[in-house]
Design a protein around this ligand. Sequence first.
Ligand code: ZN
Length: 291
Amino acid sequence: MQKATNANSIPVLMYHHVTANGGSLSVSAINFEKQMRGLAERGYTTLTSSQFADFITGKAPVPKKSLLITFDDGYLDNWVYAHPVLKRYELNAMLFAVTGLIGNGPVRPHSGQVGVQVPDCPPHKLAKEIMFSENPDPVMLRWDEIREMVSEGTFEIHSHTSTHKRWDLLSDASINKNSSFRHDLSTSRDTLVEQLGGVSDHFCWPQGYFDDDYKSIARSLGFNYLYTTDARGMNVANGDTTHIYRFAVRNRPFGWLGQRLWLATNPVLAPLYNAWKSRSDARKQKRKSSH
Ligand SMILES: [Zn+2]
């Protein structure tokens, strides 16, 4: 059946962890399953990065209920809990991986397999500590797991730099923010080419930070689609490819996500909602800085 009618805008979902119990920056395995089942049952289309690129540059339309699922960082739990669910519902996602933290070694068990003991996937706070320790392997993906996700069609892999460092905060007389960022991003690009045989032109800012220098560096290294953590706007055809809006998915069943998607794509309500949220963000910021 042809899915006619074109989308006006594409919501981009942002996930980090899918874990057994949820927690900060995490959706529980049960709620993730409910969310993906809800999308599949209601006829949503998960776009690939190139379909999204064609839409946002105005080259080709996409079906009305289209969206993009993204994951940041490259945690092991994406393989253990998200990959089998995406596969079950024939959905696909983009993963922005911190390429320098992806390890080597055999493929570990995942929750779609019967009679296996899946690895422990700790909550975000602990995962973050381990991620930046000497040995990030217990919480991060391995290249062979990534290759399997790619070949099964559940995940595409894109760059999220090699180190996830905030060079703007680390710069001093000895460290230059812009050249450090350029090196970080080009190392990541080289790693993706070496490990996966290619690199896309989609890139996501670590911790959501960017400025005009960073944007021109990313563009000069061949990254044309830049993903932010800014939720206050709509991704429309002929929109700004260097400022792609995303919203964080909460640890809630499909009902919440369904409503959020409806709001995000409603041509009348979405701009009002985004403007209202921007004002409330600014108020919160003001309160914070006055304390
Ligand atoms: Zn990140």
